[in-house]
Design a protein around this ligand. Structure first.
Ligand SMILES: NC(=O)c1ccc[n+]([C@@H]2O[C@H](COP(=O)([O-])OP(=O)(O)OC[C@H]3O[C@@H](n4cnc5c(N)ncnc54)[C@H](O)[C@@H]3O)[C@@H](O)[C@H]2O)c1
Length: 306
């Protein structure tokens, strides 16, 4: 059984903890948070875990993985400290610049430890189903993608693109395996927030593929929709749908307004659980195929360009 230490038990930390707890591969050894209220909450949920408000209380000889789900501005410092000792799973966005990502990559190379990042959608059944369709060209060439991602807790250390757009950028890097050749973006504030809360982004890829992204924290409804327009079909992927997450629309005859709809069966297991199991397999086999080849660096480079 692999041992895990979790740092940061605010909004997202408990979701990670639940998935590590549900995995047969992991045992939660430590939960660390600065806040005594959050530590009391953690202790009530996982009474067997050691809780502390100091991350250097973690005995890194006794853990196989440290999970960092603290605010983004602390990721680099904590990552640098722990990667010298053990494997680390860091929340998105991994860091606040590509320079920091390069430094973390170098540390992990020197100390032979692994960096994993929680980009949950690249572990979702729907995105992996769509990846296969892109690769086998079942519906012909991919012509255009539109992504709408709205509503999330407003942050003061990473703007809406680094916070929400990072999901889009990681999904598109995972699906296409390359970065865009050109980017145009408009990023702005609609509220009295410290950082930009809304964005429109257009990215052009090879073979004339156009991607449009709309990100906003400011929305009364939570939207997580991506439309994939292929030559022979349009796919709509809605991660908020509980079961029917992917719908395939194909034109019926010559009428442009009539479509047949197919709802394929996809793997519905929770993306965070798939991530946890990926991390377990990677640590046991000492591999990390998703995050090798500069995945995190390339994603961060696009965020910087935007
Ligand atoms: N993958 C996703 O879909 C997803 C979703 C939500 C949040 N996140 C990411 O998770 C991270 C945390 O977000 P959140 O919404 O949970 O924030 P949060 O503010 O709700 O929780 C952060 C917790 O970390 C604690 N903390 C801060 N600094 C600490 C330190 N040095 N040592 C120990 N504890 C410390 C705080 O007390 C707090 O309880 C962010 O980077 C965010 O982008 C990812």
């Amino acid at each position: 059984m692999l041992k895990v230490a979790m740092i940061g038990y605010g909004y997202w930390g408990p979701k990670l903890a639940r998935n590590f707890h549900n995995s047969k591969n992991f045992e939660i050894k430590y939960i660390i948070d600065k806040s005594s209220k959050q530590l009391n909450f953690a202790k009530s949920e996982y009474p067997f875990a050691i809780v502390s408000n100091k991350y250097n209380d973690i005995d890194t000889n006794k853990v196989d993985l440290v999970v960092i789900s603290t605010p983004t501005k602390s990721h680099y410092k904590l990552g640098e400290y722990f990667l010298k000792k053990t494997n680390v799973l860091i929340e998105k966005p991994l860091a606040l610049s590509s320079k920091q990502v390069l430094k973390l990559n170098n540390i992990s190379k020197i100390f032979k430890t692994h960096i994993f990042v929680d980009y949950p959608f690249i572990f979702s059944g729907s995105i992996n189903y769509i990846k296969k369709l892109i690769l086998n060209k079942k519906f012909g060439k991919l012509l255009e993608i539109e992504s709408y991602r709205e509503q999330a807790p407003i942050r003061d250390d990473a703007n809406v693109v680094w916070d929400l757009g990072v999901h889009d950028i990681s999904i598109f890097y995972y699906l296409l395996g390359s970065n865009p050749s050109s980017i145009k973006s408009t990023i702005f504030k609609t509220g009295k927030n410290k950082l930009n809360d809304s964005a429109y982004i257009n990215m052009k890829y090879k073979n004339n593929l156009n991607i449009f992204i709309r990100n906003s924290w400011i929305s009364p409804v939570k939207i997580r929709i991506i439309k994939f327009k292929f030559e022979k079909a349009i796919l709509i992927c809605d991660e908020n749908e509980p079961i029917y997450k992917v719908k395939i629309y194909q034109k019926k005859g010559s009428n442009d307004l009539l479509f047949n709809i197919e709802i394929p069966e996809i793997n519905l297991s929770e993306p965070l659980f798939n991530l946890v199991e990926y991390v377990a397999r990677s640590i046991k086999k000492n591999t990390n195929h998703i995050f090798k080849n500069n995945f995190n660096y390339n994603v961060t480079k696009v965020l910087e360009k935007i």
